[in-house]
Design a protein around this ligand. Structure first.
Ligand code: ZN
Length: 147
């Protein structure tokens, strides 16, 4: 956006209440983007998939969302990320479903089966110089809520 570093600009309606902001997922999703490096357009699915996957986890950790909602949202959303006929893989199929939910499906599998959470956390520490994105974001969301 051009402020000399990664940034996010979010417009909030004048009539938005504190409760509206507490229920909203957009700022948390955008903050996940700040914790992950930008990648080439072809790999955009990992940016959106990670943000889609981590956002509800961070909100649960911040106390803004019930834990069961994570599973509810994954059960509803992940099928939208499955490959359809003619799919050429996440790098070459730039539909909304494959980008957001296909990427989230990748992250879910990586987090739960193929890559240990310790590996992801170590990678994040190397990249970000701090703890996991979910921990960083939930701490930040907590700070915003305290205002
Ligand atoms: Zn996004």
């Amino acid at each position: 956006m051009g402020y000399g570093a990664a940034s996010t600009k979010v417009f909030v309606g004048q009539l938005a209440t504190e409760e509206d902001l507490k229920r909203d997922w957009v700022m948390t999703h955008e903050m996940v983007h700040l914790a992950f490096p930008s990648v080439a357009e072809q790999h955009h699915w990992i940016e959106e998939g990670l943000a889609t996957y981590v956002e509800p986890i961070a909100r649960v950790e911040a106390g803004d969302l019930e834990p069961q909602s994570i599973w509810h949202d994954l059960v509803e959303g992940l099928p939208k990320g499955l490959p359809q006929a003619g799919d050429n893989g996440l790098d070459y199929t730039h539909t909304w479903g494959r980008t957001y939910w296909g990427g989230a499906l990748f992250c879910t599998l990586a987090d739960t089966r193929y890559i240990s959470a310790r590996t992801i956390t170590a990678a994040c520490r190397t990249r970000c110089g701090r703890s996991s994105p979910a921990a960083v974001i939930s701490k930040s969301v907590g700070r915003l809520n305290a205002r």
